[in-house]
Design a protein around this ligand. Structure first.
Ligand code: HEC
Length: 210
């Protein structure tokens, strides 16, 4: 083996000893990198609290429960069966409205304002062809806040919450998604919703439970 190294010329014609050093040190470098990556991966999975750099700590955290609308299962479900939304990633959706907002949502009078504290939660299922799958998609939330909260959006709060993104989103957001007002990430919700009466799109007529 030594012979092999000694007879082999180096690219720049340096001494063989130097060449061997290069080989050794590059092997050492690779091993060190592997160890570093292992430590990093372990930190990401197990959540190193102590010496991990900030970026790693951030990645280790996952999104928690909803801050607004967590009790949606106690709200009124306003659709008969899951509706294929034309927006929201074309997923199948169920819409729930709390007691405060129910009359305004179902009244039919599109001029009727939503009382402060109205909460609308829309859960979703990933589509499997033309049917809903068992795989949950994001949850979409709107809440009517006090006057002055966000006057350009009629004081609506918006949120998108997705604990376990799937498909290409899983790679992009391995620890989940939780965007909520006033984050610029939910600006696109308002942009669209501001185009509707009272900022709600309502359940399509054929699917309404009321
Ligand atoms: C391209 C337009 C568009 C965008 C963008 C959009 N929505 Fe909607 N949204 C609608 C329409 C239309 C409806 C009613 C029909 C349905 O459910 O698809 C609706 C319904 C809802 C509902 C149920 C209440 C209602 O309006 O009847 C909630 C809650 C909601 N969206 C939240 C969000 C949030 C949060 C975002 C951003 C993360 C968002 N939406 C982005 C168009 C949009």
């Amino acid at each position: 083996m030594t012979e092999f190294i000694t007879v082999r010329p180096t690219r720049f014609g340096q001494k063989n000893a130097w060449h061997r050093d290069q080989i050794i040190s590059s092997g050492y470098y690779l091993a060190t990198m592997k160890l570093y990556q292992l430590v990093l991966a372990t930190c990401v999975l197990a959540g190193c609290e102590t010496k991990a750099p900030n970026a790693v700590k951030k990645q280790a955290s996952t999104v928690g429960e909803l801050n607004v609308g967590a009790d949606f299962s106690t709200y009124e479900k306003v659709n008969k069966s899951a509706v294929r939304s034309q927006d929201h990633g074309r997923r199948f959706v169920d819409t729930y409205v709390n007691a405060t907002g129910l009359e305004a949502y179902t009244d039919g009078d599109e001029a009727k304002p939503f009382p402060v504290g109205s909460i609308i939660v829309k859960t979703s299922w990933e589509a499997e062809g033309d049917a809903p799958s068992q795989i949950p998609g994001p949850t979409f939330v709107m809440k009517k806040m006090e006057p002055g909260y966000s006057s350009e959006n009629s004081d609506w709060y918006f949120a998108m919450h997705w604990k376990k993104p799937v498909g290409s989103f899983a790679k992009q957001f391995p620890n989940g998604v939780y965007w909520e007002s006033p984050s610029p990430q939910v600006k696109y919700c308002a942009k669209c919703h501001n185009g509707y009466d009272r900022q709600v799109g309502l359940v399509p007529e054929a699917a309404r439970s009321w």
